[in-house]
Ligand binder design. Structure first.
Ligand code: GLN
Length: 297
């Protein structure tokens, strides 16, 4: 791809972004910069400060390899092995869904709910924790605000996902607060939690099966289908989350779920069938239905 033996940062970025553009990658310039700053372990701004600096042969080859992967539409997060979520750098690999910025909305609300209950012991279950994004961001920020009285049980059916999640919890020093459980939904959660949990949160797979092949190549070819496929209408996980979740929730408790656009009415109806006392639908920054919060008691 690059002929000259000596190559500058500037040259790598311009040739690299052109290559990515030719492969149909959107925001090619940004993507090239992200990959190069990762390889050089620099802040992105440094690329501009050191635009005319020459790059070592090893770094050039590493950059070319990364560009090739990105050119095949592998998400940048899987190439770098890192994704930022709620201001925390998390390790990710192809066994976990890449945490999305929309999911930060759930963390905002969880923090607000926990704030209301501050002073009491708060018990939380996160179903389908994946990289551990929600649980770890929540635990980290609660501790940061001086709340120590909480415990999170983070469940996932995938042992490979839990390995990454556990690694992330150690990195952010919340491993004493987040307990990982290999479990299909609530199956392996301790029975002692029944009627003892304050909040159940989940970002389950919610994409309708028939929509899966309309997803961009970056997602479809790389992210775990198990974390995306929500069955025929995308709603398969919500009835068991609600019905089984009710056995774990205290008389007064909350369920906070991420949903896809257009699923709000179905979710509201499901929560009402289970006699919730209030249900709210929330929209993300692009105006899409994104979160349902149901309250009991
Ligand atoms: N809870 C994780 C996240 O929000 C994983 C969600 C999933 O795999 N569906 O990123």
């Amino acid at each position: 791809m690059f002929v000259s033996p000596m190559v500058t940062i500037g040259k790598l970025i311009t040739t690299g972004s052109k290559y990515l553009a030719d492969q149909g990658i959107s925001n090619p310039r940004l993507e090239a910069e992200v990959l190069l700053s990762y390889i050089l372990r620099w802040e992105r701004i440094q690329l501009y400060v050191r635009w005319a600096d020459e790059v070592s042969c090893e770094d050039k080859v590493r950059f070319q390899n990364a560009l090739e992967k990105r050119g095949q539409h592998m998400p940048a997060a899987y190439i770098t092995g890192i994704k930022e979520f709620y201001g925390l750098e998390l390790a990710v690999n192809e066994n976990v869904l890449i945490p999305r910025p929309e999911t930060e909305l759930l963390v905002d609300w969880l923090l607000a709910l926990c704030q209301e209950k501050s002073g009491q012991l708060i018990s939380i279950i996160d179903i389908g924790t994946g990289s551990g994004a929600i649980s770890i961001a929540l635990a980290y920020n609660l501790l940061d605000k001086g709340h120590e009285c909480f415990h999170i049980y983070a469940a996932d059916i995938s042992q490979d996902a839990l390995k990454i999640a556990a690694q992330n919890a150690v990195r952010w020093q919340v491993d004493g607060k987040v307990e990982f459980v290999e479990s299909d939904l609530f199956e392996n959660l301790p029975h002692t939690l029944k009627k003892n949990v304050d909040i159940i949160v989940s970002n389950p797979p919610y994409i309708p099966t028939e929509d899966l092949n309309t997803l961009p190549r970056d997602i479809l070819g790389y992210e775990p289908v198990q974390a995306l496929d929500g069955g025929p209408a995308g709603l398969d996980f919500y009835p068991p989350l609600l019905t089984e979740g009710r056995h774990f929730l205290k008389n007064e408790g909350w369920m906070v779920f991420e949903i896809g656009h257009g699923q709000g009415d179905a979710l509201t109806a499901l929560a009402q069938q289970l006699d919730c006392s209030a249900v709210e639908l929330h929209f993300d920054h692009s105006g899409k239905e994104r979160m349902v919060i149901a309250r009991w008691g």
